[in-house]
Design a binder for this molecule. Structure first.
Ligand code: 13P
Ligand code: SF4
Length: 364
């Protein structure tokens, strides 16, 4: 019988150095039974303990390939759900702080998407004409919806390939929850802006006319990431004035205008690879989350590269930031004692169809 779980409360008063030591000790005791996955936006005090780091796509592949009994996901809730869905049934996915959600993922829920599907069916037959595509930043039941309706999951790395796959099957795409990733990717594929309409989930028929729906190639959900929305074209203009030979790189969750003015656009993994491979001495303005940009700034300064954050404001992913060394120490020490705390477990019926949509993506 499992022992009583260790209480979280005393961990709140531990300092980071003590947590660091206790995390290392617990990890050593668990050995290969545990794998820690760390998203690039994690703070350094947590990130340094990750066995694997990466963007959403890379980490979902690591979760699928892992043999560990426990997958501790230092990221946000949807990432731990993906780990649970694509790992084997006996593996356990854990999120150190259950409050680490993704505000953008919360902008689309199943009721709203099902209502959109019903409303669209008054204009056309969605199951014949629309491929639903959900960004991986979404709840498991939306991935399941895509699995049931011939749809698929995408990440910021593979969005273009996924949209190509989708258009080979049906003439339109309903893309949720991030309008910016959908628009930026669609435009780069040659789809004109007026053939991408925004579905406002607070309005009947998404606030669109029948004609607009019939003409649209991509119906974009009105979701966004508040971290990436902070970046503005003027910040790029100022940088270009000050550093004329500098380069600008942005995440595709940034606005259309910002991405249009950037020299490079891609996922967190792409951003890291591009700047790491750049000429020593080069200068970069980066439009993505602050923890990642600070890490690049510090590591690449040694090569004489200048890495600058795009916004004058602090744009951190506050939900990722909830995963701290205190919570990580707490979940690991509980595992050492034989207690699973903060398990993320997707119900079987949801997981089965969500797996279908995720597998379609992983197969591409
Ligand atoms: P990546 O897949 O590029 O890591 O992006 C995930 C995310 O949430 C960015 O805000
Ligand atoms: Fe979600 Fe934005 Fe945080 Fe990414 S940065 S996890 S999209 S809230």
């Amino acid at each position: 019988m499992a022992a009583t779980a260790i209480d979280l409360q005393p961990y709140a008063s531990l300092d980071d150095a003590t947590c660091d030591e206790r995390i290392r000790k617990a990890k050593a005791a668990l050995g290969e039974r545990v794998v820690i996955l760390g998203h690039h936006y994690q703070r350094d005090e947590v990130f340094k303990h990750a066995d694997f780091s990466g963007d959403s796509l890379k980490l979902s592949r690591e979760a699928a390939a892992s043999n560990a009994e426990y997958i501790v996901f230092c990221g946000v809730h949807f990432m731990a759900e993906v780990a649970d869905i694509i790992s084997r049934p006996e593996q356990v996915a854990i999120l150190p702080d259950m409050a680490a959600g993704c505000a953008m993922a919360d902008m689309a829920d199943l009721d709203q998407v099902e209502r959109a599907w019903r409303e669209l069916s008054s204009v056309l037959d969605p199951d014949e004409t629309i491929t639903p595509v959900t960004y991986i930043n979404s709840a498991a039941n939306l991935k399941s919806f895509c699995g049931v309706h011939g749809g698929i999951v995408c990440t910021s790395t593979n969005a273009r390939n996924i949209l190509e796959w989708s258009f080979e099957r049906r003439e339109k795409v309903l893309f949720f929850p991030d309008q910016h990733l959908g628009r930026n990717t669609g435009y780069r594929m040659g789809i004109p802006l007026d053939e991408m309409v925004v579905w406002d989930y607070d309005q009947p028929m998404g606030g669109l006319s029948e004609e607009e729906i019939r003409r649209a190639r991509i119906i974009l959900w009105k979701g966004f990431c508040s971290v990436h929305q902070m970046f503005q074209p003027e910040q790029i203009e100022n940088f270009r004035r000050e550093v004329p030979d500098g380069k600008v790189i942005s995440h595709p969750e940034a606005s259309f205008e910002v991405c249009q003015q950037s020299d490079y656009v891609g996922s967190t993994e792409y951003i890291i690879k591009t700047i790491t491979a750049a000429e020593p001495g080069s200068s970069w303005l980066v439009g993505t989350e602050l923890n990642l940009v600070n890490r690049l700034h510090n590591t690449l300064a040694r090569e004489g590269k200048t890495v600058q954050f795009m916004s004058p404001m602090v744009c951190m992913c506050s939900t990722m930031f909830r995963i701290d060394p205190q919570h990580l120490a707490w979940v690991l020490e509980n595992l050492v004692e034989g207690n699973v705390v903060n398990r993320v477990s997707v119900p079987d019926d949801v997981a089965e169809n969500a797996r279908t949509a995720l597998q379609r993506m992983l197969d591409i």
